[in-house]
Design a protein around this ligand. Structure first.
Ligand SMILES: NC(=O)c1ccc[n+]([C@@H]2O[C@H](COP(=O)([O-])OP(=O)(O)OC[C@H]3O[C@@H](n4cnc5c(N)ncnc54)[C@H](O)[C@@H]3O)[C@@H](O)[C@H]2O)c1
Length: 359
């Protein structure tokens, strides 16, 4: 066991199922939990593209890695029955707004039906085995009906969604609330949802996301092309929401306090809600290059500013942002730069987690 844990041995030997462990957040999360001594089991599709963080971290041999589609209810049930998890982190999703316009049905099948399959499988397990199971369902800040009025949304704000991705995650929230009240009252399965905003961090290689776009241009020695430099976003490092998920799971598992079986916003402080051009300029402070604006008039609708009120996570979970904007961008770009110049990705990742957890 390493020293990456928060001063206790809660995670040592815990059986943890992570759906979406081959993705960006799932790779960081499974690496972190593995380092803390958990027995990590995954279920996801194959990692996409080259490079990808899952392969960069050399994860396949470190955890119980399984490829499987969460749209297949039988397969999800088999995996949950096989793992007998203490904790489930459900991250698997079609998470991109633009891709959701291209294939809305697949987005809904994955995000809504896939989530129902996970909840049903955990519910079925609880009928045969009475041990506690904590279920953290990962949604997004985009579940709120965004009025674009500058308000910071609290957890009880109206759900909604313009694009198919946002709407599918809002539907997932309604299903979570229904399943919790209908089937999980006073039972061994304790469930919460976590709503995080835009995250950045080393190892994200998704198409059409600003940080990977910046890094791909820098690696290629090209000028960075920015579609929407004035768009304001709530930037946070990927370790911030992951720390929220980890804390939430621990609280759910150790306590039946109903406050935990609810929804939590995990977002940055207002000072870190900045325009895209601030991110680009800060990134160029760590890796030299140039940028220009290329407006795309034909782009489909993307919501404007959305802010989260993160006070409930602070009050109930004690989770508050640890890294400000400059540190967040610095850690992100330096991860890519170090790996690109021959650094060892697992070691760089381990060091950043250790720095994040340092008092
Ligand atoms: N990255 C962000 O900025 C952000 C912000 C808010 C919320 N989220 C949420 O966090 C979660 C993880 O996002 P990410 O950025 O790591 O995405 P990602 O695309 O990097 O990873 C998605 C994961 O889901 C898996 N997956 C997709 N479809 C699947 C299917 N049908 N069956 C099984 N597995 C499937 C993929 O294999 C992959 O492991 C998602 O639920 C997303 O909605 C992400």
């Amino acid at each position: 066991m390493s020293d990456l844990q928060a001063g206790n041995d809660f995670w040592a030997g815990k059986r943890v199922l992570i759906t979406g462990h081959t993705g960006f957040k799932g790779s960081w999360l499974s690496f972190w939990l593995d380092e803390m001594g958990a027995d990590v089991f995954g279920m996801a599709l194959a990692p996409e593209g080259q490079p990808n963080l899952f392969d960069q971290l050399g994860h396949e041999s470190e955890i119980d890695h399984m490829l499987g589609d969460i749209r297949d209810s039988d397969l999800v049930a088999q995996r949950v029955t096989q793992v007998q998890p203490d904790i489930v982190f459900h991250l698997a999703a079609q998470p991109l707004v633009l891709a959701s316009y291209e294939d809305p049905m697949q987005t809904w099948q994955t995000n809504v039906m896939g989530s129902l399959h996970v909840m049903q499988a955990c519910r079925a397990l609880s009928k045969t085995c009475s041990k506690t199971c904590a279920l953290v369902m990962v949604t997004t800040d985009k579940v709120y009906e965004n009025q674009e009025d500058g308000r910071a949304y609290k957890e009880d704000a109206s759900l909604g969604g313009y694009d198919p991705y946002s709407a599918s995650k809002a539907a997932m929230e309604i299903a979570i609330s229904s399943w919790r009240r209908s089937f999980m009252q006073d039972g061994p399965v304790r469930m919460a949802s976590a709503r995080a905003g835009n995250v950045i961090g080393g190892g994200d290689w998704a198409e059409n996301r600003i940080t990977p776009d910046i890094v791909r241009a820098l690696i290629a020695g090209q000028e960075i092309s920015v579609r929407n430099p004035g768009a304001v976003r709530p930037w946070q490092h990927v370790l911030e929401p992951l720390w929220g998920y980890i804390t939430l799971a621990e609280r759910l598992w150790t306590s039946d306090d109903a406050r935990y079986q609810s929804s939590f916003n995990l977002g940055p402080d207002m000072a870190d809600v900045r325009p895209v051009q601030d991110l680009v300029k800060a990134a160029l402070g760590h890796w030299s290059g140039t940028w220009h604006e290329t407006p795309d008039a034909a782009a489909p609708h993307e919501a404007g500013l959305l802010s989260l009120d993160n006070s409930r996570a602070a009050e109930v979970l004690g989770v508050t942002p640890r890294w400000g904007f400059d540190q967040t961008v610095g850690k992100t770009i330096s991860w890519y730069h170090a790996v690109q110049t021959g650094g060892d990705a697992p070691e760089i990742t381990r060091t950043q987690i250790r720095e994040f957890m340092a008092p």
